[in-house]
Design a protein around this ligand. Structure first.
Ligand code: SF4
Ligand code: SF4
Length: 288
């Protein structure tokens, strides 16, 4: 089933960190993980239309009509009061985009783009839309040169990846912890399907990059560099690795008290992976 519209949190016309080249990134609303360290917790849930945030808006950009929250973009001052009020990890500030409307926007930037990336939230939560968008791009003469990538937490089952593998050029997958229990405590979900995704996408040559986020004293990646390297080298010794450093700016709840990762901690992890045979690394350029 193809779906021709999606709930979109944000569009980013240019990005050079979400796949190869210059990319138009579409952040879809909704995620199946609840990461304690999420930097965009308002992207986790779809709005329930409870209306509780409406009165919080100091600029009267929100109204509640026929049990629906209406957001007036022209009045909104982007103060974020509404998302800080919402206890459902959501936001009233989303857009409903059809494939056709999205393609009109993408065409405005076309001369500067190498491809598009669907991110989130978790992009694969709206898989029928992903199928429709990617297949339309691949069948449209002035767009088919654009590569189509997904940035994902890897929780999609193999049968889901099989629906998009022929219209997707590659995926970036996060491995948030090595041990299943650590992964569950950080994200609320197990990592068995994430590891299966990494294995499957590597096998069909669609795994563009594996991503790690180092959170001092909370991720176990640092203690499992040898296991991680062996797992990945068996799949593809040339796999790209991106290592990100946790920073506690913008997170909510318990993770606010967690220490940020520093340059030395990131470099030690990269060196451990390197000594165990991995070769291609992207490290942070800025530490907060
Ligand atoms: S960000 Fe939310 S609270 Fe602030 S002006 Fe916009 S709609 Fe209102
Ligand atoms: S954004 Fe949150 S508080 Fe506002 S209507 Fe939606 S679910 Fe309710």
């Amino acid at each position: 089933m193809n779906k021709s519209w999606a709930i979109v949190n944000k569009l980013l016309p240019f990005s050079c960190v979400d796949g190869p080249g210059n990319r138009f990134v579409i952040f879809l609303q909704g995620c199946n993980f609840k990461c304690l360290n999420c930097h965009n917790p308002y992207t986790i849930s779809l709005c329930t239309e409870c209306g509780n945030c409406v009165k919080s808006c100091p600029h009267k950009a929100l109204s509640f009509i026929n049990y629906k929250v209406i957001w007036q973009t022209s009045v909104c001052q982007q103060c974020d009061t509404c998302i800080n009020t919402c206890v459902h990890h959501s936001t009233p500030m989303t857009y409903k985009y059809s494939v056709d409307d999205l393609l009109i926007t993408i065409r405005k930037y076309l001369p500067f783009l190498n491809g598009i990336t669907l991110s989130g939230g978790e992009a694969t939560m709206q898989l029928p839309f992903v199928e429709k968008l990617f297949s339309t791009i691949k069948q449209t003469n002035d767009l088919k040169h654009l590569t189509c990538f997904i940035d994902s937490n890897g929780y999609l089952a193999k049968t889901g990846w099989q629906k998009v593998e022929n219209i997707m050029d590659g995926a970036m997958i996060d491995l948030k912890a090595w041990d299943n229990d650590v992964h569950k405590s950080l994200t609320g979900r197990d990592n068995l399907r994430v590891k299966e995704t990494i294995k499957y996408l590597a096998k069909i040559n669609k795994l563009y990059e594996v991503r790690f986020l180092i959170i001092p004293e909370h991720t176990d990646l640092q203690d499992n560099a040898e296991n991680i390297a062996k797992f990945l080298i068996d799949l593809n010794p040339n796999i790209r690795i991106r290592i990100n450093a946790f920073h506690n700016h913008g997170v909510r709840g318990i993770a606010k008290k967690w220490s940020s990762a520093n340059k030395k901690q990131i470099e030690i992890f990269a060196e451990q992976l390197k000594q165990n045979g991995l070769k291609h690394f992207t490290l942070p350029t800025v530490y907060l």
